[in-house]
Design a protein. Structure first.
Length: 292
């Protein structure tokens, strides 16, 4: 099987305004995203390390990789991980399921290990989530998992992405979609300590992703039944771990928001506050939906 079944094609140009022909902001944080890759973060070794740490923090908080509502006991399942990143979720999931078929999809496989080193039941493929899925994978999967794709959602509308994820599933298959509730986040501080810079930093990371508050309804209106949203919050004992993850995420695109000098100054002040007793607290959201 080829590790590339569908070559990436350019993401469609963003909508131009009615006057002046300038592109309107349509990115997750109000930015205008150009080019053939809407991913706003990096793919270097530090970014891949962040993805790995992030995966295990999510696993620790949720207590599962696939939600218990989704049946996983069959030995011949076909499971997709979309926006697989460095593939850590799919590798972890495949550890004790040698007869289950796993496929990871991403617009770039730069963070994935070489094909000869992949377990026999894992295949990786390039795929632009805004394009039709490869024909061989239409209606193919029992479970589709996707996590943290807020950064590529355009115009605050998840329906184009949802439509393509749905095409991957068999009738009766399950979609699990994991995100963070950035708009519902807060900065916690030890009484008498400061957190203003940390709050300013995370405000730049939040985006304008109000679509998450309507995704359950959107799923039920677009080919799913009995869609459920589950919310998870971590305690203060784990807050510093998560806080440093968010700061690490922010650092990947901070130079695009301000000058490098201003970003470094904000980071230094924010991390001083973290060391003195402040942390970003952000609920986690998991949707589980069954395809009609």
């Amino acid at each position: 099987m080829s590790d590339i079944d569908n070559q990436v094609t350019p993401v469609e140009s963003h909508v131009e305004s009615m006057t002046g022909g300038e592109a309107r902001p349509n990115g997750w944080n109000g930015a205008v995203v150009h080019g053939d890759d809407p991913y706003a973060l990096l793919r270097d070794c530090n970014a891949s390390t962040r993805l790995t740490a992030q995966h295990y923090l999510w696993k620790d908080l949720l207590g599962y990789l696939v939600h218990p509502d989704i049946p996983t006991r069959a030995t011949n399942l076909k499971i997709a991980d979309v926006a697989t990143g460095n593939g850590i979720w799919i590798h972890d999931m495949a550890r004790d399921k040698p007869t289950v078929e796993f496929h990871g999809f991403d617009i770039s496989l730069d963070q994935v290990g070489p094909k000869p080193w992949l377990p026999a039941n894992i295949s990786m493929h390039t795929w632009d989530i805004f394009k039709e899925p490869p024909a061989r994978f239409v209606g193919y999967f029992d479970i589709v998992h996707v996590r943290l794709i807020t950064v590529v959602i355009k115009n605050n509308d998840p329906r184009p992405v949802l439509a393509n994820l749905t095409k991957l599933l068999k009738p009766g298959g399950y979609l699990q979609w994991d995100e963070v509730d950035t708009l519902g986040s807060s900065t916690k501080v030890v009484p008498g300590r400061a957190g203003e810079n940390l709050d300013q930093l995370f405000t730049q990371l939040k985006g304008r992703d109000t679509w998450k508050y309507h995704l359950t309804q959107i799923m039920d209106e677009n080919g799913y039944t009995d869609s459920q949203l589950y919310t998870y919050e971590y305690g203060l004992g784990m807050a510093r771990f998560w806080n440093d993850l968010y700061v690490s995420t922010w650092k990947e695109f901070a130079p695009l928001l301000k000058t490098p000098e201003a970003s470094r100054e904000l980071e230094q002040k924010a991390m001083d506050e973290a060391r003195n007793g402040a942390a970003i607290m952000t609920p986690k959201l998991v949707w589980v939906a069954k395809k009609v």
